[in-house]
Design a protein around this ligand. Structure first.
Ligand code: MG
Length: 250
């Protein structure tokens, strides 16, 4: 009986240890909060206000070489890659904000505590991707937020270009098609893969950790899925339900 109690106590301590390590990233900011909207300035502030480790957002290069924060390639009938900044700025988000520029986003983020998890969207042309990488780096330096920023992208080209230019910044690849050993060889900080990819390759979490890589999984919203990945020992969970995940980790 005594041995059983000791075993259970050790198991609980182990579970708590794993839970405490999981970091919460709000997907497209905390957009489900009142007065918020996906990728809005409010969503960034609200992710910070509840103490998220990080707040994720998406960045496009516009047709006239400006950077804006938005998820969809075409949003409210406006194509991000083909339109001018002026055309894109005519878009009003669902909380009444004007669709933000990256400058506005970093201006808001620079005085907050939450990490900035910047996703650069893949573009139709690799030269334009390289231009976007250069301009994003310039913006991060301008606002003094480089050390608080992690970079993620589905574009392997963009990840490689960021890696070359920013040796100390954490870069995570999103597409789910590269095994941990390849990610290590590319010099990235880790993987940031979908739930589907991580369920297909549950062994990748341990493989990453053995290689000194971090594991981030997206976009995990249901309690049963959150529990699965907490128990698996991933490092970061990107979620539309940051408060639910925070409660589960307490
Ligand atoms: Mg994103």
């Amino acid at each position: 009986m005594k041995q059983r109690i000791i075993f259970l106590a050790m198991l609980c301590a182990w579970c708590l240890c794993i839970s405490a390590q999981v970091k919460v990233v709000a997907h497209r900011g905390y957009w489900k909060a009142e007065g918020s909207a996906q990728n809005s300035l409010a969503s960034l502030s609200k992710a910070d206000s509840i103490g998220c480790f990080g707040s994720e957002f998406d960045v496009w290069l516009t047709g006239d070489d400006n950077l804006v924060v938005d998820h969809d390639r075409t949003f409210k009938g406006v194509n991000m890659e083909e339109s001018t900044l002026k055309e894109i700025r005519s878009i009003t988000l669902n909380n009444g904000e004007t669709l933000p520029t990256l400058d506005e986003y970093l201006q808001r983020g620079k005085d907050l505590n939450t990490r900035l998890v910047l996703e650069m969207k893949p573009l139709g042309d690799l030269n334009r991707e390289d231009l976007a990488v250069t301009k994003i780096i310039q913006a991060l330096l301008k606002y003094g937020v480089l050390e608080r920023t992690d970079i993620i992208s589905f574009s392997l080209n963009a990840c490689i270009e960021f890696r070359k230019a920013l040796p100390d910044t954490k870069i995570y690849y999103l597409d789910g098609d590269l095994a941990p050993a390849k990610i290590k060889a590319l010099g990235f900080a880790g993987i940031d893969y979908s739930m589907a990819a991580m369920r297909q390759h549950p062994e990748w979490t341990e493989e990453c950790h053995k290689l000194g890589l971090e594991v981030n999984v997206w976009t995990v919203d249901k309690e049963e899925d959150l529990r699965y990945f907490i128990d698996q020992g991933v490092d970061i969970i990107t979620t539309n339900e940051p408060e639910l995940l925070q409660r589960m980790l307490k």
